[in-house]
Design a binder for this molecule. Structure first.
Ligand code: AMP
Ligand code: GLY
Length: 422
C-alpha cells in the first residue's frame, strides 16, 4: 500500500514509524515531513495547509490511504477534499474538526449535552468582556476562540492581567481573527491527563493515558509551549477515573457529535483535569497530541494501519486495540530560546536508535553539513521500559548521547508522575 501522512513534526515521525510496522506498506510519503523523517519516509515539499497541493499529490500518486495529522489541515477540510477524490483518510471531516477549531463551539456543545467542563461565558464584544471581568472570580482563564498555535489560553492571576489578555486578543488581535471571540472560564485545579482515543463515530477506544509537560522550564516554570515532554501511562488516571470518564465524557461526546450531524472519525484527544469535583474537559483536540503520540504509539501492540482503516470504515468495534503494560518517556530537545526567539540551522549529531531509546525528529533539515535544527521543538528523545522510572532514566541517557549544542531540555520530565505513582 502507498500511504501519505500530512504533517512534519515529531508526532508525524512517530505515526510513520508505527505505520511501517505493517508489512503491506510499500511506501510512506510525508507532506512535508522533515530532514529526520526522511530516514523513514519520502518527504515531499508540499505544506500541510496546501489542501490543493495535497489532493493533487494524492491523486497523481494513487495514494491508498492518507493520515492527516495536524489541526490546521483538518480544520481547513483536508479530509473532505481527499475523500471527495476517493482517497480514504484517517481524520475528521471539517464539520467535526470544529471541536478543536472553535472553543466557543466545543464549550457550547459541552453545555448543551451536560459534559463536565469549566463554567464559562462567551464574548464577541470587548466592552462586555471587560465589564464581566469586574465580577468574575480571579484567577480566571481567557481563551481565544480559534486556533492559536497552542498559545491562545491565558491564565490571569489578577484583574489587570485578565483585562490585558482580553484587550490583546480583541483589540490588538495578537491571534488575528482567532481572538475576535473569547471564552472567559472558571479556573480549575487538579492533575491534568491527556487521553487520546480512536473513534469511528460508533465506538470510542481510549488509548493509554499520558501526561504532558507544557511549561518551558523545570518545575513547571516559564512560558507555555507546545509540550516539552510526556510520559505514559499517567498514574493519576486510575481504572476508576477511566470508567467515570468513559461514562460522563467520552461516550457523551461521541453521541453529541452524532446528534449534531458532525460524526467524528479519527483521533479525538481529551485534555482532562481531575478536579476535586471530578474529571472536567479542559480542551478537545481533533488529532493526535504532540508529544503525547511519541509515548502512546510505542506502547501500541496492535497494528496501527488496521485500526486507522477501521476508524475510517466505521468498523472499529471489530478491531483489537491493545497496549503494552510498559511505560514510556519522551524528552523534547528544543532550540535555546523556544518558545519565543530561537536560531535554526544549528548542527546536531544523533545516536542510533536501539532498544534502549529512539529519537523522533520534530524540526530538522538535511544539509551538506549534515542534519541541522529547523524549528522550536527539534527532537523527541524517547524510551520504553518495564517501569516508568526506568523509561525516564533511559530517555535521559539517550539525551546525553545527543550532540546538539544549541538545544535545551527539561530535566524533570516524569518527576511528578513518579512522585504520584508511589
Ligand atoms: P489549552 O491550550 O486549552 O491546552 O490550555 C493550555 C493549558 O492551560 C492547559 O493545559 C491547562 O494547564 C491550562 N488551562 C486551560 N483551561 C484551564 C482552566 N479552566 N483552569 C485551569 N487551567 C486551565
Ligand atoms: N501536547 C498538546 C497538544 O498536542 O495539543
Amino acid at each position: 500500500m502507498k500511504l501519505m501522512v500530512v504533517g512534519g513534526g515529531g508526532r508525524e515521525h512517530a505515526i510513520i514509524k508505527k505505520l511501517k510496522e505493517n508489512p503491506s506498506v510499500e511506501v510512506v510519503y510525508a507532506l512535508p515531513g522533515n530532514g529526520g523523517i526522511a530516514a523513514d519516509a519520502v518527504c515531499v515539499n508540499i505544506g500541510a495547509k496546501d489542501i490543493d497541493g495535497i489532493v493533487r499529490f494524492a491523486t497523481e500518486n494513487a495514494i491508498d490511504f492518507a493520515v492527516v495529522a495536524p489541526d490546521d489541515p483538518l480544520v481547513l477540510g483536508a479530509v473532505d477534499a481527499l475523500e471527495a477524490v476517493g482517497v480514504p483518510c484517517f481524520g475528521p471531516c471539517k464539520n467535526a474538526a470544529i471541536i478543536e477549531g472553535s472553543k466557543v463551539f466545543s464549550k457550547n456543545l459541552m453545555k448543551k449535552y451536560g459534559i463536565p467542563t469549566a463554567a464559562y461565558e462567551v464574548f464577541d464584544n470587548m466592552e462586555a468582556a471587560l465589564a464581566y471581568l469586574e465580577t468574575a472570580p480571579i484567577p480566571t482563564v481567557i481563551k481565544a476562540d480559534g486556533l492559536a498555535l497552542g498559545k491562545g489560553v491565558i491564565i490571569a492571576q489578577t484583574l489587570d492581567e485578565a483585562k490585558d489578555a482580553v484587550r490583546s486578543m480583541m483589540e490588538d488581535k495578537v491571534f488575528g481573527a482567532s481572538g475576535s471571540r473569547v471564552v472567559i472560564e472558571e479556573f480549575l485545579t487538579g492533575p491534568e491527563v491527556s487521553v487520546l482515543s480512536f473513534t469511528d463515530g460508533n465506538v470510542v477506544i481510549p488509548m493509554i493515558s499520558s501526561m504532558d509537560h507544557k511549561r518551558a522550564g523545570d518545575n513547571d516554570t516559564g512560558l507555555n509551549t507546545g509540550g516539552m515532554g510526556t510520559v505514559a501511562p499517567n498514574p493519576y488516571y486510575t481504572a476508576e477515573v477511566a470508567e467515570e470518564c468513559m461514562k460522563t465524557i467520552f461516550l457523551p461526546t461521541i453521541d453529541a457529535m452524532n446528534k449534531e450531524g458532525r460524526t467524528f472519525k479519527g483521533c479525538l484527544y481529551f485534555g482532562l483535569m481531575l478536579t476535586p469535583n471530578g474529571p472536567r474537559v479542559i480542551e478537545y483536540n481533533c488529532r493526535f497530541g504532540d508529544p503525547e503520540t511519541q509515548v502512546v504509539l510505542p506502547l501500541l501492540e496492535s497494528d496501527l494501519l488496521t485500526i486507522m482503516q477501521a476508524t475510517a470504515n466505521g468498523t472499529l468495534a471489530d478491531v483489537d486495540v491493545r497496549f503494552s503494560d510498559k511505560s514510556a518517556c519522551c524528552v523534547i530537545m528544543a532550540s535555546k530560546g523556544y518558545p519565543v526567539k530561537y536560531e535554526s540551522g544549528c548542527p546536531m549529531t544523533l545516536p542510533a536508535d536501539d532498544e534502549n531509546g529512539f529519537i523522533y525528529v520534530a524540526g530538522a533539515k538535511q544539509t551538506e553539513k549534515g542534519l541541522v535544527s529547523a524549528g522550536g521543538r527539534v527532537l523527541g528523545v524517547t524510551a520504553v521500559a518495564e517501569t516508568l522510572a526506568d523509561a525516564v532514566k533511559a530517555a535521559y541517557k539517550k539525551v546525553d548521547a545527543v550532540d546538539f549544542a544549541n538545544g535545551f531540555y527539561r530535566h524533570d520530565i516524569g518527576a511528578r508522575a513518579l512522585a504520584a505513582g508511589k
